[in-house]
Structures are given as C-alpha cells and as structure tokens.
Ligand binder design. Structure first.
Ligand code: 6GU
Length: 231
C-alpha cells in the first residue's frame, strides 16, 4: 500500500515513521509512506498558504490554491489516484470498521489541515472522504493522520509478526468485543494472582473464560456493542 501525507509540517512525522512497527513495515516494502509539503505548492515570494476568513472571525484558513494544486500533483505521482481523505474535526468519525475499509485500498492520500480549517472550496473541488478521529479538537490533522497510518498499517498482511493478534484485538471481528484482561509473569504481583484457569492448560476452558471476560468488559465499557440490533 502507498500512503501519501500532505502537510505543512512534514517534520512532525519523522520519528513516528521510523518507529518500530512502521519502520520495519517500510523497510520490508509492505507500506510506502510519502510526505509532501503543501507549502511547496504556494505561490509568490512569501509562499503564503493561509489567510484571514472573509466576513471576519478568529484565526486563519488554508487557501484553496496550494492545497488543491498539491493534491493534484501528488495524485499524478502513481499509476492510479489514491482514495482522498481530508482530516477535519467535522468529518465522519473513524472507527475500526472505517480503518478496515481504508486498509483495503491500494493507495490513500491524507490531507492534513492546520489553523482554523480549509477554505470550503477545497472540499467542493476535491470531494474528499472527510474523516475525524473523535469528538475533540486537535490543532491540526497531523496527529489524526498518524492515528490512521498506525491503525491501517497494522492490518496489512505481514506487518504484525503474528497475524492472529490483529484479528483478536478489541473491536475487530464480527462481535466488536473489547479485549478482556491478560497476564504475564509473575504469577503473583503484590498479592494479585493470575486467574487459575489460565494456568490450567485446558484450552477449551481458557477460550470460554476469555470470551466471558470480553463480554463483561464490553458490557462495562461499550454496552452498545452488545445490543443485538446494532448496525
Ligand atoms: Cl482529523 N483534525 C483536527 N484538527 N481535530 C480533530 C480531528 C481532525 N479529529 C478529531 N479532532
């Protein structure tokens, strides 16, 4: 998969992209992440990318010209254009089903906003898939883009060492259960003991216990995922 990230702050991604999971996936050529600076598509000696909103109001907006030119140039860089995503707090809320959908694409292009947002003609011109990562406000789309790259990359074949571990994660699979508690050594920590069933060696009982724990954890934390008529 190829992921393009269009941003005014490409340097924010350097440590993130070199990190263990993603760095290894990139070196193994399982994923190709390309950064493009939107400012490279600004015009004039000042390379201006933002301006004050018409009609007044706080902050600065990203001008449509540099953003649209940047997207058009990047889309030309590969055989086929990518699925265009605009990161914005007003977009559809990302969940694991949305991540799985993105992971099935050959190529995605993530456009990060900054300042108070984009001039609306960016949306009108490009008609992107607008995505938010939750109901809170970030100072830019960069952290949201990292969330998407991380969540998508770990679903790509070969990225995780153990293919099962992605499938068994919280929110994956048809039932969307939260994972129950897990334990490693020592058997006892500050008086707290690992449940006996996990030491029993009885894989059937262990699987049943884990499922019960997952249902309990889901009931406490995401009860909506247990209701039978969920979409
Ligand atoms: Cl995608 N961008 C910004 N600026 N804030 C957000 C967001 C995105 N998702 C949640 N909050």
């Amino acid at each position: 998969m190829r992921i393009d990230i269009l941003t005014l702050f490409p340097e924010m991604f350097t440590g993130f992209l070199d990190g263990s999971l993603l760095g290894e996936a990139r070196r193994a050529r399982l994923i190709d992440v390309c950064l493009t600076n939107i400012r490279d598509f600004a015009e004039g000696v000042h390379r201006q990318v933002d301006d004050r909103p018409y009609g007044g109001g706080p902050g600065m907006l990203l001008m449509p010209g540099p953003v649209v030119s940047c997207v058009e140039a990047v889309q030309q860089q590969a055989d086929a254009p990518g699925h265009l995503v605009m990161l914005t707090p007003g977009g559809r809320r990302l969940d694991q089903a949305g991540v799985e959908e993105l992971a099935r694409k050959q190529r995605i292009v993530l456009v990060c906003g900054r300042y108070e947002g984009f001039d609306d003609r960016v949306r009108e011109t490009l008609q992107p898939d607008e995505i938010s990562i939750g109901d809170y406000v970030l100072s830019g789309g960069e952290v949201a883009a990292m969330v998407i790259v991380d969540a998508v990359a770990r679903l790509l074949p070969g990225v995780l060492g153990d293919e099962e571990s992605a499938r068994q994660d919280s929110f994956s699979g048809a039932d969307r259960l939260v994972e129950g508690p897990q334990y490693t050594r020592p058997r006892e920590f500050r008086g707290l003991r690992v449940p006996d069933v996990l030491l029993s060696g009885d894989h059937g009982r262990i699987a049943t216990w884990r499922h019960e724990q997952a249902v309990d954890a889901t009931r406490r934390r995401v009860p909506a995922n247990l209701s039978p008529n969920r979409s």
